[in-house]
Design a protein around this ligand. Structure first.
Ligand SMILES: *Cc1c(COP(=O)(O)O)cnc(C)c1O
Length: 379
């Protein structure tokens, strides 16, 4: 089956009792057993829920993986992966990852004796310089947040294989429609389902997708033991959102390109970060590993004034000033004061999150209205 068909049908059979075409919301915490211990896998809803099962099957199919586990948030999914490691283990992490991931690694898991090294991964060859006998995993995000850097996943997979490391890829920005890390050699794909997969800014959820049965057993054990599971209503909403993922993504990409090209020629704009520009570092890699360049981009203003960036972010009318991304509506954000506020200033400047950097999640509204809005807000 092709992607668009899977998005609409994978994991979803008509309800056997009524023929309902939509997967029912099994709003239950437990299941009745005929005699003690005779359940058919459904014993208690932290472990298993039919609505969640359907969603997990659908997501596994979209990423071309065998197994999927859904979590109550993207952070819940990352937390489960981090719990695979032990004191003394080292993890190499993309240096400009999502602020929440940086915070969890440095403020929560570092206390348990796991070392996180933040590494510029744009030159994949140079990652090897940081590997030691204690290194256990590469945590990669591409395109990165918010400066849309591209990391070569096939090169990372080759390196991981050579040094016997696990490769985990945060695929939130691309969505499974644009990029499938398992096919490029990753062991685990992570999603903040909250973003493009849910797509309508009404659910917080995370997911992990993998092929290895042993790894699945370990993560499934953590999932059930630690309990960050999503509810059936949210699972239903995401199944419904995914049915239009491919159509939404095509429009996100089309609008993203138009906005990037508009900003690039605007006299008040300094740099535009969008992987579709031919002169962006690793543009060729992006072309190879992604189907298209997505709807996320960021830019800085000439003079790098934080006041001007604040003024612009407050003046947009179609773009709402808000955290998050990937919904049908366009959002504008100021990473230095919002998503990346928990990262020390020296650290954020090193990865390009300067004072005037503004991030756009370009939605699927009419492009004329989006461009008009940006024009009046830049002034
Ligand atoms: C939002 C996000 C997360 C965290 O996911 P939540 O669903 O908010 O917990 C992780 N990685 C990336 C790239 C994100 O955008």
């Amino acid at each position: 089956m092709k992607f668009a068909t899977k998005a609409i049908h994978a994991g979803q059979e008509p309800d056997p009792t009524t023929g309902a075409i939509m997967t029912p919301i099994y709003q239950t915490s437990t299941y009745v057993q005929e005699s003690p211990g005779t359940h058919s896998g459904y014993a208690y809803a932290r472990g298993k829920n039919p609505t969640r099962d359907a969603l997990q099957k659908c997501l596994a199919a979209l990423e071309g993986g065998e197994y999927c586990l859904c979590f109550s948030s993207g952070m819940g999914a990352i937390d489960a992966v981090a719990k695979l490691f032990r004191p003394g283990d080292e993890i190499l992490v993309t240096d400009d990852i999502y602020g929440g991931t940086y915070r969890m690694f440095t403020k929560v898991f570092a206390h348990f004796g796991i070392t996180f090294k933040f590494v510029n991964m744009q030159d994949a060859e140079s990652i090897a310089d940081h590997i030691t006998p204690a290194t256990k995993m590469l945590w990669v995000e591409t395109p990165t947040n918010p400066t849309c850097k591209i990391i070569d996943l096939e090169a990372c997979a080759a390196l991981a294989k050579k040094h016997n490391l696990m490769l985990c890829v945060d695929n939130t920005f691309a969505s499974p429609y644009l990029q499938n890390p398992l096919a490029l050699g990753a062991d685990v794909v992570m999603h903040s389902v909250t973003k493009y997969l849910g797509g309508h800014s009404d659910v917080v959820m995370g997911a992990l997708i993998m092929n290895d049965a042993n790894l699945y057993e370990q993560l499934n054990f953590i999932h059930n033991s630690c309990g960050a599971v999503p509810g059936p209503m949210d699972s239903f909403l995401v199944l419904r959102g995914i049915k239009t993922l491919h159509v939404r993504m095509d429009r996100h990409c089309q609008n993203g390109r138009a906005v990037a090209e508009f900003l690039r020629t605007h006299p008040k704009v300094d740099k535009v970060y969008w992987p579709g520009f031919e002169d962006m570092p690793n543009h060729e890699v992006a072309k190879r590993q992604m189907k298209d360049f997505g709807g996320m981009l960021s830019f800085t203003l000439r003079g790098d004034s934080i006041e001007e960036a604040f003024a612009m972010a407050s003046k947009t009318k179609v773009f709402s000033l808000a955290e998050s991304l990937g919904g049908v509506e366009s959002l504008i954000g100021h990473p230095a004061s919002m998503t990346h506020a928990s990262i020390p200033k020296e650290e954020r400047l090193k990865v390009g999150v300067s004072d005037s950097l503004l991030r756009l999640s370009v939605g699927i509204e009419d492009i004329d209205d989006l461009l008009e809005d940006l024009k009046q807000a830049i002034g």
